[in-house]
Design a protein around this ligand. Structure first.
Ligand SMILES: CC(C)CCC[C@@H](C)[C@H]1CC[C@H]2[C@@H]3CC=C4C[C@@H](O[C@@H]5O[C@H](CO)[C@@H](O)[C@H](O)[C@H]5O)CC[C@]4(C)[C@H]3CC[C@]12C
Length: 764
């Protein structure tokens, strides 16, 4: 059973004795965004209305994983040294049939998934993520059930005609099953987040967070839609938590489930928009059809509009030819007849003032149609706020208070992970009742350049976090030149995100990167043919370098068991999975490529003591043995843990301190010369040093007989089963440098052989 995770006084994860620990792992798995039965990836064409009509009958069982495959996936992840899983699930998967009609079969399947993960060797730490992207599948992403859109009065079947959302499914030719047109013309790369600025998603978030303030007429069964939606969402999450506790309480007792995150990437909707008649100057994502808010209200009411269109160019996004959209009589809103049927189905009674067939923003006097034909924007500043922090400190806090209270009623010891809007600091919660000592702050990081261009640009980079948070008077100042500076800039961004989060929540709150990752389909998917993953390796290594420099825990986005070269993660053309069954045939064990080690020179043989579990060496927390009978140095040895299928493995597989007997100071893994440096402040223990610092030293780089270690003090044991170095060091400032010796380069650069060898090192 993995040890319980504690939080130290300076906001680091630690064990009960205050030894710092790191959480590393993946988001498992993005397939939860789409139904499994029928299999409705975003490349399933929408041929007729069954997409909508049957949305209440879908099942998500088998997403995230097919039960029988769980063991192999978890073992594979453990071979990377990973100890943590972020388990996304969607509201839709729990409550697709209608409000309060839960899919208990799916919940029981999730219980089984958790149980099976927990039974693989010593299990994993798992936390739950109520995931969403741009509100729901029906508005171009994932998350909420279809009925939530009906609840707001929308007719999602008309989102295409009114440009209320852009859905990948509409860009698939039903005859060929392939995408129509060329990428940039039809469904551009990473166009799905533009839904955050379209009518459907922007309205849903405004209602969810600010319905009471902005849409007081929208009440359902006597409740404002804000309370109705938040209530249903929180109840669904808590029903899942309660079901897990009822069916498998041991998952909580054995430290398998460590906590719950708040809603993934919450969004402010229209809240804060100062002028609905223009595209906000500060919006840095403009791609494809880009209506202003007012234009999207008009389109939603079936009024023809000519709107801006943007293209991705070398210099960012530039305006192309405007485009005229004619909804041809269709509206994004339910007709009276349609709404009556929906209301009868879900037992909804709406405020009589809430007219059907009408834009709710027109209903609230934001705009009107004068003389039966002229649309006029009456209140361009309807959603405007005195300053940019109003949403986060009020609307978001109100929502977070709801889930916080419910979760704390359920459990006081589990972590609650607060997730602010993406790339933005959290609310100021110091001295607030909803900030306790089991709270973690979630951050997500994606490098704008890598994400939007799907390439690793070594020459030009952008300070994405600085840009998003308007830290520059001119966006040109956010540009960085040269790979080294780009790497340092990413490192600086993560550390600033951490600093900003701590300045809002206090230094005692740990910062956890619950999502960070890269697209693997870089350079027009060249690597899938050439097996040259150097761009991906460089991009991922830059993230690894940034994370380890600040001792940041993280779960990579993502591991997708059903990834394919053609459809990526089966969702909106994304391809972020660190592993793909389609990459298995491309795999060559890099160890096999390195020359068979020569018999080690006597001095090296004396450098590290290796042990297996049999030797009685203690077991590091939450770590597994890949295989019991592994003779690593036997020429015939192939790693039993199957690494085939990992992409950019060189950058994913990284040494890291699993548990520090003391405090972290600095770490850096150098991929080029395969060296790892760790600096720490060792604990002052009055008695003999008996507790080591555990460092994950992957065999992928470091062959036990070729380890070269230099340190400021102490002695080591290398546990080959776990790939873990146990370093018994002195108190105070210490360092350790671990290198993989090669035949041609016997010593660490800058050090001679004698320096390589610490006072006490033995190989058994
Ligand atoms: C010169 C460049 C073109 C400048 C780029 C500026 C902006 C376009 C980008 C700056 C920040 C970007 C956003 C950062 C984070 C995002 C969240 C992300 O969602 C999660 O990521 C996964 C992979 O996409 C996804 O599968 C998960 O479900 C999500 O939880 C989606 C993209 C974005 C909104 C990103 C968009 C582009 C910037 C605004």
């Amino acid at each position: 059973m993995p040890a319980k995770i504690h939080i130290s006084a300076d906001g680091q994860f630690c064990d009960k004795d205050g030894n710092e620990i790191q959480l590393r792992g993946v988001n498992l798995d993005p397939s939860v965004k789409i139904p499994a039965k029928p299999f409705l990836s975003t490349h399933a064409p929408i041929e007729n209305d069954t997409f909508f009509e049957d949305a209440d009958k879908v099942s998500f069982i088998n997403h995230p994983l097919v039960l029988d495959d769980i063991e192999q996936h978890i073992i594979r992840l453990k071979s990377l040294g990973y100890n943590t899983i972020r388990l996304p699930f969607t509201w839709e998967s729990l409550e697709h049939a209608g409000p309060g009609q839960y899919d208990f079969d799916y919940m029981d399947y999730i219980v089984e998934v958790l149980t099976r993960i927990n039974s693989v060797q010593q299990g994993m730490y798992i936390y739950l993520d109520p995931h969403q992207d741009v509100w729901s599948r029906f508005s171009g992403g994932s998350g909420a059930p279809l009925w939530t859109l009906y609840c707001a009065g929308f007719q999602p079947a008309n989102f295409l005609a009114t440009d209320a959302a852009i859905l990948h499914n509409y860009y698939i030719d039903p005859k060929t099953g392939r995408e129509v047109g060329k990428d940039e013309e039809s469904y551009p790369k990473m166009v799905w987040p533009t839904n955050y600025f379209k009518l459907a998603c922007q309205t849903m978030f405004t209602l969810f967070f600010g319905g009471k303030q902005y849409a007081p007429k929208c009440t359902i069964n006597g409740e404002n839609i804000q309370d109705y939606l938040q209530g249903r969402f929180n109840d669904a999450i808590m029903t899942l938590c309660a079901r897990i506790k009822e069916k498998a309480p041991e998952l909580f007792e054995s430290n398998c489930i460590i906590g719950l995150e708040s809603m993934n990437e919450p969004n402010c909707g229209y809240i804060g928009e100062t002028n609905l008649d223009v595209i906000p100057k500060e919006r840095n994502l403009k791609l494809g059809k880009t209506p202003t808010a007012f234009q999207s209200f008009m389109l939603g009411e079936g009024i023809e509009c000519t709107i801006d269109q943007y293209k991705r160019t070398f210099f960012g996004f530039s305006k192309g030819k405007p485009c005229t959209i004619n909804p041809k009589g269709k509206k994004a809103w339910l007709s009276a007849e349609e709404r009556d049927a929906i209301d009868a189905k879900y037992n909804w009674e709406r405020n009589p003032e809430w007219k059907p067939d009408t834009c709710i923003w027109k209903l609230h006097g934001v705009w009107e149609i004068q003389n039966g034909k002229r649309p006029v924007l009456l209140k361009p500043n309807y959603f405007s706020q005195p300053d940019a922090t109003v949403f986060i400190n009020n609307h978001f806090v109100d929502y977070y208070t709801g889930i916080y209270n419910k979760f704390r009623e359920f459990d006081q010891e589990l972590f609650i992970i607060i997730q602010p809007p993406v790339m933005k600091p959290p609310p100021n919660l110091q001295n607030s009742k909803i900030l306790d000592n089991r709270t973690i702050c979630a951050c997500h990081f994606y490098d704008g350049m890598t994400l939007m261009y799907k390439t690793w640009n070594k020459r030009i980079g952008i300070d994405t976090y600085g840009l998003v948070n308007k830290k520059y008077s001119n966006p040109a100042f956010a540009v960085v030149l040269g790979e080294n500076n780009i790497r340092k800039c990413i490192r600086k961004q993560l550390s600033e995100m951490q600093k900003d989060a701590k300045s809002m929540l206090g230094k005692k709150v740990p910062v956890f990167f619950t999502e960070i990752g890269i697209p693997f389909d870089m350079d027009d998917k060249k690597a899938y043919i050439t097996n040259d993953y150097s761009s991906q390796t460089a991009a991922l290594d830059a993230l690894g370098f940034a994370l380890e420099g600040s001792n940041l825990s993280y779960t990579l986005w993502c591991y997708c068991s059903i990834n394919s070269h053609i459809w990526g993660d089966n969702w909106n053309n994304e391809d972020f999975s660190i592993w793909s069954p389609d990459d298995k045939p491309l795999y060559h064990d890099t160890r096999a490529k390195t020359p068979t080690p020569e018999p080690s020179p006597a001095s090296t043989v004396a450098s590290v003591s290796t042990s297996t579990s049999k030797s009685g060496s203690s077991q590091p927390p939450s770590f597994i043995k890949p295989d019991n009978h592994l003779d690593l140095d036997s020429p015939s040895c192939t790693l039993k843990s199957d690494l085939s299928g990992f992409r950019a493995l060189d950058a994913i597989m990284r040494p890291f301190p699993i548990q520090i007997h003391g405090r972290f100071e600095f770490a850096e893994f150098n991929l080029c010369n395969k060296s790892y440096l760790l600096k720490l402040v060792g604990k002052t223990t009055p008695e003999q040093i008996t507790v080591p610092t555990y460092i994950f030293i992957p065999r992928h780089y470091f062959t036990p007989s070729r380890l070269s270690i230099r340190s400021s003090s102490g002695h080591y044991t290398y546990n080959t089963d776990y790939q873990v170095l146990e370093w018994f060091h002195e108190p105070g400032h210490q360092f350790i440098e671990i290198c993989a010796k090669s035949k041609s380069r016997p010593n660490t650069p800058g050090s001679d052989t004698s320096n390589d060898l610490p006072a006490e090192c033995v190989i058994s």
